[in-house]
Write a protein that binds this ligand. Sequence first.
Ligand code: V55
Ligand code: FE
Length: 488
Amino acid sequence: MNKFPDLPIYAGFNMPTRAEVDIHDLEVEGELPTEINGAFYRVGPDPQYPPLLGEDIYFNGDGMVSMFRFEKGRVDLKCRYVRTDKFNLERKAGRALFGAYRNPFSDDPSVKGEIRGTANTHVIFHSGQLFALKEDSPPVAMNPLTLETLGYWDFNGKLNSETFTAHPKIDPQTGEMIAFGYASKGIDTPDITYYVINTSGDIVHEVEFKAPYAAMIHDFAVTRDYVIFPVVPIMSSLERAKEGKPTFGWDATKEIYLGVLPRKGDERDVRWFKGPNQFASHVMNAFNDGAKIHLDIPVAEGNMFPFFPDVHGAPFDPVKAASRLTRWTMDMESSTSTFSHSQLTDMVGEFPRIDDRYAMEHYRHGFLCVTDRSLPIDKNVMGSITGMFINCLGHIDLATGKEERYFCGTKSTLQEPTFIPKSDTAAEGEGYLVALVNRYDEMRSDLVVLDAQHLDDGPVATVKLPLRLRQGLHGSWVPDSQLKTVTI
Ligand code: V55
Ligand code: FE
């Protein structure tokens, strides 16, 4: 009975590991720079139990957090499941109780009304806690040192939204966490609740407003003066959910909207800019020059999520799913409701990252997961690839236009990188990029450490893992200087 179905998302490299491990002093090839001191956290879906409905999508697996603790040229690994309410209920039952992604109508009646979150999308450190995040539910607080789950977190009773984004932004200058929840009044509601959370973890500003239509708002952008909510038509539908169809689906007939709000504004200040139908999800960074707001984001012509099918029945188009980093510019002084756009690179990529100390500001260095189909691939060992295919990490210097890339080889794919500054005072982009490499030939993972300014040179060190970490999503770097503030 406890057997995952014979489906590609549970096979080969994607077989659930379900492994909570502690490994002291991982094997390292090359020299780990001794200035890397802190913790690299990342999270991804790793289903605890075979799916209730016989199949599932990757986005619905239980969150497994990994912590790579770097200290003086050595690194330890700790992996722990996030003990969400869902995880605990299913462990007690010894089987899956929750059904389809974001569809409570498909659940076992015994869990009606329970929080369905999987905490599988991002891990963020703020106000001394680690938060494991899923956009359909509140954050889950974890002990940053032990990865022990403390439970759902409501910011001292002040979280009014049912939901909380997996992509909050930390202001590197003020230490504030800027966040929001969409579908904040329930599934398929157009409601957005925006939050500013101070360094002590208290909600100090809250704004409720409505999006032009109810859709998935996976990420948003923050500048020094504004917040921007990109609304693209990954539509939700309660009717579809009740019929047992996917709750979310792509609508190629709908325009996109960018909702702009001054950071300390209220609902009357929200201004919507409109653009033609296109797909965008993860924001690289944003900044404003006075009234001009620039938002850098990979943009695709069409849907990138085949598991959220076209609502009008069009087949998934992999060519239209190719995304390229684009700069959207809105002018708060003009009276138009449109925005301009310019493509910043020819590289096809998603999962954009930056030196987070330059978030919300003029910045120069961007990093991306890149798909280059012209590079060689060993088809014999790469059979079990599903979803996105990432074979390079790209660096783009936005000041000079210069690009560099690291190619992970013909038998491997990459996970999202995270930037680690050389020191707290190092210049922008001066430091390392860490990323997990999925070694399909060895069914094993490596953590590569690259010089962020010289990706072409290949890893300065490779942390050799004696096990496989499933494809993950997002992660964070927390330097020792911040870990020292942890008191739990
Ligand atoms: C995304 C990922 C999610 C999700 C919604 O990358 C959007 C987009 C891993 O879960 O629930
Ligand atoms: Fe994301």
